[in-house]
Design a protein around this ligand. Structure first.
Ligand code: 26W
Length: 811
């Protein structure tokens, strides 16, 4: 257990920070100063723990895991750290004595939004769980100066604004200037023969970029282990070229500095879509090279040799974005420590593990070889050699299957295929849900499975459920504690004790009151931000996630347009009131996604302007969906929309956050929805839509004719007509075209029209079920009770066991 502090101690510590950092006493300090001082006190407490367990780790010389990810989405830290350290009460009181409310301070903190969506948030949930489980595991990423853009909706269109989170957010970052690393770009390779007749490659004329670590300390719940998320900021060794400056070439004199600083300037707001951009390659290499050099140095200090590197260090690759860790470690072993290829390769393979997060072909990284070679000549030469050896092996194993060999190649058709490099090198590869892991084994990596079946495994995603339940939904969390005790905060499986109350009408009533209070809290936010008054007794039907066609926000909108058409045809139609809540950012260059946002917003206006429908149907599009906004939305949801085309959503994690807050899933047999169904049973979820195999069959046979639906299905025909006539005066031609265009075989790629009927029926079931209060309450409590398996603590224990081979520090 963590050291307990008295209110006075905390007060004194805050006063000390105010005085020494801001030259102020509490009575004259500004809110910002109090906020920052409070954060600094929490940071100190974490640092004290960090130092304590660092000594322990050093003395045990245990293996540590390094989780490499281009993205982390921590959201806010103050509330989370105070909760994890179980010191909220003393802070509350201490701040009270300064006349300050802790909640107000929580609200001041900007989100650290260094990620796009699921992949980044998962990385942050996992760091929380690693610390909670008492393990040594650290993150490495980039200290983006600008995180994921701030989304504004103006005239029903998405506008992107820069997110300068460091303004207040940097309070959590501890710069470590003396641990900076040099990273080299460009230049050329030269062959040099040494006196023993051995050829060495020398890298010359490169540009140097400096990586400066900014460390964020990571706490776990009820744990003394504090780990590190190391974020690298790029800078230049030369701030100004004085020679050029003296010649009056002012811009040129600062070119090198700009080149270096642009690397960590901004997060690519691209989700599940890659473009072969040189800045992205530089970002990847920058943080990988700095991280690997730092790891190797640290290992040498601890052990004096690299021979046991893989026994003490595990490097985990979060999707392919950090793949360069493989050739970069090879480079360090070969060039800097003069290892032989085979020995180096063996150690590297035993060090690397890899998680795949998507099978969408547009999201699989394939770098143009010429670009890669130009930016990273030494790494390129190493990948060429890895590929040469890989090809020899493939020739031996599959002599008669050229197609398979090409598919499995690391370099093919002028491209570096990063996923294949990962699978070739990693000793463990996993997918993120049972279904997804099955698909990667049967499809994407089938050739590799034939060679090394044991390499492949599954770890179903999980969430830092204390953030999503205890912190985001204190009323529900307190009620669970009242019923079942606090054990569920340590072991999520204990939520299952709630099943005892499934028939208890008082408990169900209390749950529905809590839900209503959370809906009112969200309704207040909606009133303030969207100026829409929503009815807390309507069904809150929620779809919050990145905007992507495969996630099918459009199918949701189709259903709403259908309801609208029905109400217009028969104003007396009995439709149970619904509030459809959307939150979604679209990648700035993703035209169709932006059109869909626009459609949602215009539809929202059209419904609101229509007195016949507005009390029964509402759309609320909440701008700037983020971790903090999610914390407000999840507790208020009745229905969780998880309606991706089967086979496309690797796992989903929003589905788990909504489930634990008592929302009922309306979903396809995709990703972790399948496991949610297994956990709660058929009667506590609404499943619809084509199955993976059915989708596959339709695609294979080439029989899909989306435009036929426009003639044969009157509901679809009416929706298309509505969109053609104009919604709030706008005709959404591109959307209509994308679904039905001519005889284009790509039309309706994600089977919106094929799944429409089935979705519509499931939605009718939802409306009916909701009107039976007891039944709905029982469904809801079952969902909460069965959500324990989706705890990130469970996922992390599986990673530790099956993939990383690590144990808690104190074991
Ligand atoms: C810029 C290229 C790019 C490509 C892919 C950026 C980001 C990606 C990610 C793989 C997208 C992503 O976030 N995938 C999601 O990962 C979650 C965590 O495993 C899963 O729950 C989601 O289903 C998956 O879409």
């Amino acid at each position: 257990m963590i050291n307990k502090f008295t209110v006075n101690e905390i007060k004194e510590r805050i006063e000390e920070k105010l005085l020494h950092h801001f030259g102020r006493e509490a009575k004259s300090a500004t809110k910002h100063q109090i906020y920052k001082s409070t954060c600094l006190v929490v940071r100190d407490i974490m640092s004290e723990l960090w130092n304590k367990n660092h000594d322990l780790i050093d003395s045990h010389k245990q293996k540590q895991i390094y989780y490499l990810s281009m993205e982390f989405l921590p959201g806010t830290s103050l509330k989370n750290n105070i909760f994890n350290l179980e010191i909220e009460n003393v802070f509350k009181e201490a701040l009270n004595e300064f006349g300050e409310n802790i909640e107000t301070l929580y609200e001041m903190e900007p989100d650290a939004g260094l990620g796009n969506g699921g992949l980044g948030r998962l990385a942050s949930c996992y760091l929380d769980a690693i610390a909670t489980c008492g393990m040594a595991g650290h993150g490495f990423s980039i200290c983006y100066e600008y995180g994921i853009f701030k989304q504004k909706i103006k005239d029903c269109k998405q506008i992107e604004e820069p997110d300068d989170w460091l303004n207040l957010g940097d309070i959590w970052l501890i710069p470590k200037y003396d641990e900076a690393e040099e990273v080299h770009f460009g230049g050329k390779l030269e062959e040099v023969w040494d006196e023993n007749g051995k050829m060495k490659l020398i890298h010359r004329d490169y540009t140097t970029v400096i990586g400066i670590p900014k460390d964020m300390l990571i706490t776990g719940y009820g744990s003394e282990v504090v780990n590190t998320l190391r974020l690298w900021k790029s800078t230049s060794p030369i701030s100004i070229n004085m020679e050029l400056f003296a010649k009056g070439k002012y811009l040129k004199s600062m070119e090198e500095k700009h080149f270096a600083e642009v690397i960590s300037k901004i997060l690519y707001p691209e989700d599940a879509h890659v473009e072969g951009k040189s800045l992205r390659i530089m970002q990847q290499y920058f943080f990988i090279s700095a991280s690997m050099q730092a790891l190797v140095k640290r290992h040498l200090i601890r052990f004096g040799t690299l021979d046991n590197f893989h026994e003490k260090v595990g490097v985990h690759i979060n999707d392919t974005h950090p793949t360069m860790a493989i050739p970069e470690l090879m480079r360090i072993f070969l060039d800097e420590y003069e290892y032989e290829w085979d020995k180096a390769w063996e150690i590297v393979c035993k060090t690397i593990t890899y998680t795949n997060h998507t099978i969408m072909s547009e999201a699989l990284e394939k770098w143009p070889e010429d670009l890669f070679a130009k930016l990273l000549p030494r790494l390129h030469s190493i990948v060429v050699e890895i590929n040469r050896r890989h090809t020899v092996m493939l020739m031996r194993e599959f002599p008669n299957n050229e197609a398979l060999r090409n598919e499995m190649a690391i370099i093919y058709d002028g491209k570096l295929k990063m996923a294949n490099l990962c699978v070739a090198a990693a000793h463990k590869v996993n997918g993120v849900s049972a279904l997804h892991s099955k698909i990667i084994k049967e499809k994407l990596f089938n050739g590799f499975v034939k060679l090394t079946p044991d390499k492949f495994t599954n770890v179903t995603n999980g969430i830092a459920y204390r953030r999503w339940l205890c912190q985001a939904n204190p009323k529900l969390s307190d009620f669970i504690e009242e019923l079942c005790g606090s054990e569920f905060k340590y072991n999520a499986m204990n939520l299952e004790n709630l099943m005892k109350y499934k028939e208890d009408s008082n408990v169900l009533e209390r749950l529905s009151i809590i839900k209503r209070e959370n809906k009112i809290r969200l309704a207040d936010y909606i009133k303030k931000h969207n100026n829409i008054i929503v009815n807390p007794d309507s069904i809150f039907d929620v779809q919050v996630k990145r905007l992507h066609e495969y996630k099918r926000q459009l199918l949701n909108l189709f259903h709403i347009m259908d309801l609208y058409n029905q109400l217009k045809e028969n104003p007396n139609k009995d439709i149970y009131p619904r509030t459809f809540i959307f939150g979604a950012k679209a990648a700035a260059g993703y035209h169709m996604a932006k059109q869909i946002i626009s459609l949602a917003c215009h539809l929202s206006k059209m419904l609101e302007d229509d007195p016949v429908v507005r009390d029964r149907l509402k759309i609320v599009f909440l701008e700037n969906y983020s971790v903090s906004l999610a914390e407000l939305i999840m507790p208020a949801a009745d229905v969780s929309e998880q309606i991706s085309l089967a086979g496309k959503e690797a796992s989903g994690t929003g589905n788990m956050k909504l489930m634990i807050n008592g929302a009922i899933t309306l979903g396809t047999m995709d990703g972790a929805n399948v496991e949610i169904l297994n956990a709660v049973g058929n009667e506590n979820i609404f499943i619809f839509g084509l199955l993976v195999d059915e989708v596959e069959k339709i695609i294979q046979s080439g029989i899909y004719r989306p435009w036929a639906y426009c003639h044969e299905n009157k509901y679809i025909a009416n929706i298309i007509k509505l969109m053609t006539d104009g919604i709030d005066g706008i005709v959404f031609g591109d959307i209509i075209n994308s679904l039905t265009a001519g005889y284009n075989s790509n039309a309706d790629q994600y089977f919106v029209l094929a799944d429409f009927d089935s979705y519509k029926m499931a939605q009718e079931d939802v409306s009916l079920a909701y009107q039976n209060k007891t039944k709905w309450g029982q469904m809801s409590i079952t969902n909460i009770a069965k959500s324990g398996i989706f705890s990130a603590d469970r996922s992390i224990k599986e990673y530790a066991d099956k993939i990383w081979g690590i144990k808690p520090i104190n074991d």
